[in-house]
Structures are given as C-alpha cells and as structure tokens.
Design a binder for this molecule. Sequence first.
Ligand SMILES: [Fe+2]
Ligand SMILES: [Fe+2]
Length: 341
Amino acid sequence: MPATLSTTPTAFVTDLVSRFALSEEDFDRAYAEHDAYAELLDNVTRLGVAASAGDADAQFAQQYLLAKIYGLHTQLGAEPTAEASTVLHAVTRQLERDTARDEDAWIDESIYASIPDDPERFVPWLKNMTREHRVFKHPYYHSFLRERATPEDFRSFVLQESSVDARFDDLLAMMQVGSDGETKMEIAKNFWDEMGNGDPAMVHTTLFGRIIAHFGITDDELKESLSTEALLGGNLPVLICRYRNLFGEAVGHLAVAEWLAPDRFSQVLHGWERLGLPADGITYHRLHIGIDAHHASAWFAHVVKPMAAEPQTRRAMVRGALWRLNSSCRYLDRILAQNPA
Ligand SMILES: [Fe+2]
Ligand SMILES: [Fe+2]
C-alpha cells in the first residue's frame, strides 16, 4: 500500500462527498469493482494515517467527511442518499476507528489505574479529575469571551458551537435507545428541558437558531466553515451516542459536559452583556446556567453513580469524559492561539 493518498485529502473527500447524493444502490455499484473498493478503503486508511501523524489537511478532511456522513444519518431530506450503503458503512467504521484511536492517544493510560474501586468514591473522583484538567475554567471563557471578545469573535464562537448546540436534543434521543429505569427517566427530563418543557418558543435549538439568525450566519457557513476541532466536537458525541456498546462513554461525556456548562455559560453571558448582544442570547445562556447545574447533579446521582458499580463501566465513563475534556481543550487552545492577548 503506498504511503500517501492517490490524491490530496481535500480532493479525495470532496469527490467522495459529492457521491452522497447517489442512492445506496448506485453508491455501492460505483465501488462494485474490487479495485475501486480497495482503492477507496486504502485512501480512507491513508487519510487516517496522515491525520494521526499530524497532517492538518488530513485531520480536517477526516472530520469533515465523518460529519458529512453523520449528516446523512441525522438530517431529513426528500432526495435519496447513500445513507444505507454498505460501502459507505465500511468507510464510516474506518473513520470512526481512526478517530477513536487518535482520541485515546490523548489519554494518559495511567489514569485508568487511579479510578477508585469503591463505586461510592467514583463521582467525587470524576469531578476532581475534571477540576484538575487544564480545560477547567479555561482562559478562552474566563478571560477571552468574558473580557475582550468582539461581536465578530462571538459570531465565530456561535458558528463553531453549532456543531453540538444546534442538535443537542437529537443526541439525547440517540443516546436513550436501549436504556431504561432511572437512566431513561433522566434522559427524558433532559430532553423535555431541551424541548422548552413544551413551549415551542423556548425549545433550545429554536433559541439557538435565533442567535444564528441574529449574526446572519448562513446555512453555507454552518455546513462549510467549521474548524477541524469544531467538527470533531460535533462528531464525537454522535459516535458515542449511536453505538450501544459506547453507552458508558456517552454517559461520562455528557456528565462532564453538563457539569462544566454553567460556569462556561456564565462567562459567555458576561461577555454577551458587556457587548449588548441580543436578548435571545441572554435567554439561551442564562437558561443553561440554571438548567445544566441541575442536569449535572441529577445525572451524577441517578446515572453515573449507579453505573459506577461495574469496573468496565467506570473505565468507559472516564474514557468518554476524557474524550470530551481533551477535545474541548484542544478546541479552546486553538481559538485562543488565533486570538493572542
Ligand atoms: Fe439546552
Ligand atoms: Fe443540559
């Protein structure tokens, strides 16, 4: 197998994505020849190798491609797509395995040995690990957004955040499949909060959509202007919510995301008010300061703690939490590096 792609990462991915408008049968037929199929998967493998080695174009192309594939699985449309193609599934699994391997490589394996055996001690340990992580009270929130970000900076903040905030309710819906009892009830309460507790005007994705509209962010920007880190931040939760055997990871991921959210939203709100940005954003951010504090404590008490009884689940929750903390940290570091004090 040659060491590099048969074309540039961008050209390869652009060509492949253009075929997503084929029906699943036509997509599979395009790769029915053994050579075409082998070349496709070789290219995906090489993309993963280049991304792991730190090639920025390959990292972007890899996460862009995965986001486009997830779009096929999470967005409704009238036209046929390659969503159910078996060939595309092989591509997806390669991308997912590569993404998971790279995310695992950011984890210091020794952390797993320090997970307490006593389930009672797990939640305090997880919170402490999060508190000691470099992303905790990250200067992007505590200094940049709070004190010096311009309206243009907030516009790009909102654009990049769209990879998660614009469809958070669907993530919860995907996550709840197969759960039951207290866990499903907790997800249901979370989901209902996302639905504005039945008030259409207060549905969180609707509120977020108004912020998007205020900044004049176009559909094209939402589709084509996300950074590698923002794409990854959107892809990781989809990855862990769509596979039942990653449920532990999803629980850990959500736990730390919700737990960090109120403090982050407080900093956003401070900057938002400093600049006199529109009231819709104030509603959205203030709402989350209260709601997410509640979500986090209920999630820790009713889901994380009971699930901590099993050693392999404790490990999975830590893995999912670290995927979130590490990827969020790289994401924030990158933006801060582009906006030096
Ligand atoms: Fe929300
Ligand atoms: Fe929440």
